[in-house]
Design a protein around this ligand. Structure first.
Ligand code: GDP
Ligand code: MG
Length: 456
């Protein structure tokens, strides 16, 4: 995905303007790229449709080149769909808060119960894990092991006993008779209220495929316990099937949020986009391994970055936007349109805008696909930049606005004033003259200007 998008954006950058055919070509590439990242087809269609609409819209920013604009739009849309700002857990006013986990078998529910319990305990809560997966005999045992690792007590069906670290309660013994998962879940809430647990985490059963009976059971658990959160747990590696599965759980059980698991694998995040689009509910947490601490709050912006995999390009865009004065940009654009002569005054303004963005080399280094330019970058000395600026500063306002009038004696004076040689001044003026010509041509063609007089 990364390579493909980089190529797309590189092509855009070369062209300079964002025409309808550019947008269409980009959208086609993004569509393929998202499919490769395992985003489900209907989601891809919906997403690229929105990108196309926005890219063709009037939101043209002078501060960003077309490539950056498209990245920005794609990123904004991704973050928006993935849930915008991170949502926190819904906690009940009157404890216990009931959090229920639902999802296919193997999605990571039981593992997540331990992680969530550990995390909440660290924050000063008193969580209780509830074994409502009575589908497989060893499911309860598995949760007990998980609870022990997390240091969180487990409520299991057998006579409503609590196993694990709750030393005050008797431990289970003998054979277990597996009760009804809905009853166990309901009992656990009463138990929690009695014993002062403020959060109940209910682990439920899942099948390898969507199953009507288990879906109804999960639905009943949600209703009977009046769950405050129903977290849909989904393996990030699930790929195209994410849409169907998410839809089944959203419709059949009713969910309030999603947890993505196995993000430590090589999943590219496609499932995140699919699930968030289909359910319309935010992704709250990410599971990133088998250990109890491999758990984090889900950050939509980071996931968008992962899906885009554009390195620091987003940071770059932010910096460019901050640094570039919009008014100045408009004035500049007007001048180009009018094919007026570009002067050293304008040049100075551009230089200062670039300086505000921070080190030029650092800036270029953040752009994707700039590795090929490494050699050129290394030759580009920030001090040379300063020398150019010093020369422009040594010019009088008249000279800055009428570069062609800078004759021999003026050149000598500028060289003296800025501590450079006359030939360096000559070079600058020559490059500047070429840049002026280029800009005139560009303004006729409607293209974006580059930096005139830049060394290198
Ligand atoms: P459940 O059937 O939904 O309860 O899923 P489990 O919690 O039993 O997890 C199924 C398997 O996935 C187990 O082997 C877990 O160790 C593993 N697993 C769960 N979450 C993660 C994760 O975030 N990363 C990795 N690598 N493995 C996980
Ligand atoms: Mg399980």
């Amino acid at each position: 995905l990364s390579d493909r998008l980089s190529n797309t954006f590189r092509n855009l950058k070369r062209r300079g303007t964002l025409s309808e055919s550019d947008v269409n070509a980009t959208v086609r590439d993004i569509r393929v790229a998202l499919l490769e990242a395992d985003v489900a087809l209907p989601v891809v269609k919906q997403f690229t449709g929105r990108i196309r609409e926005r890219a063709l819209g009037a939101e043209v920013s002078e501060a960003l080149n077309p490539a950056q604009q498209v990245v920005k739009i794609v990123n904004e849309e991704l973050v928006g769909i993935l849930g915008g700002a991170t949502r926190r857990l819904n906690l009940a006013k009157n404890p216990p808060t009931v959090i229920m986990l639902a999802g296919l078998q193997g999605s990571g529910k039981t593992t997540l119960a331990g992680k969530l319990g550990y995390w909440l305990k660290e924050q000063g809560h008193a969580p209780l894990l509830v074994a409502a997966d009575l589908q497989r005999p060893n499911a309860v045992t598995q949760l007990e092991v998980v609870g022990e690792r997390a240091g969180v007590p487990v409520f299991a069906p057998e006579r409503g006993n609590v196993f694990g670290h709750d030393a005050a309660l008797e431990t289970g013994e003998g054979t277990r008779s597996f009760g009804d998962p809905v009853d166990v879940a309901v009992d656990s809430v009463t138990h929690a209220r009695d014993k002062g647990y403020d959060i109940v985490i209910i682990d439920t059963a899942g099948r390898l495929a969507v199953d009507v009976d288990l879906m109804r059971q999960a639905h009943d658990i949600r209703v009977e316990t009046a769950a405050h959160e129903v977290l849909f747990v989904i393996d990030a590696m699930i790929g195209q099937a994410a849409v169907e599965t998410a839809k089944a759980f959203a419709d059949g059980v009713g969910i309030t949020g999603t947890v993505l698991t196995k993000l430590d694998g090589d999943a590219r995040g496609g499932a995140a986009l699919s699930v968030a689009t289909v359910t319309g509910e935010p992704i709250l947490f990410a599971s990133t391994g088998e250990q109890v601490k491999d758990f984090e709050i889900f950050h939509p912006d980071r996931m968008a970055g992962r899906i885009l995999d554009m390195g620091d390009v987003l940071t770059l865009i932010e910096q460019a936007e901050k640094a570039f004065d919009q008014v100045q940009a408009k004035e500049m654009a007007r001048k180009f349109m009018a094919a007026e002569d570009f002067t050293f005054e304008d040049f100075l303004q551009q230089m200062q805008a670039i300086k505000k963005m921070g080190s030029l080399k650092q800036m270029l280094g953040m752009m994707p696909g700039m590795q090929q330019m490494r050699a050129q970058l290394d030759a580009l000395d920030d001090r040379e930049f300063d020398r150019v600026e010093a020369m422009v500063h040594s010019m009088t306002p008249f000279e800055r606005n009428h570069p062609k009038q800078i004759n021999g004696s003026r050149r000598a004076r500028i060289a003296r004033g800025s501590g450079v040689t006359v030939s360096e001044v000559n070079q600058l003026l020559e490059r500047f003259g070429q840049a002026q010509k280029m800009m005139k041509q560009m303004s006729k063609g409607g293209g974006m200007p580059g930096m005139p007089g830049m060394p290198g």
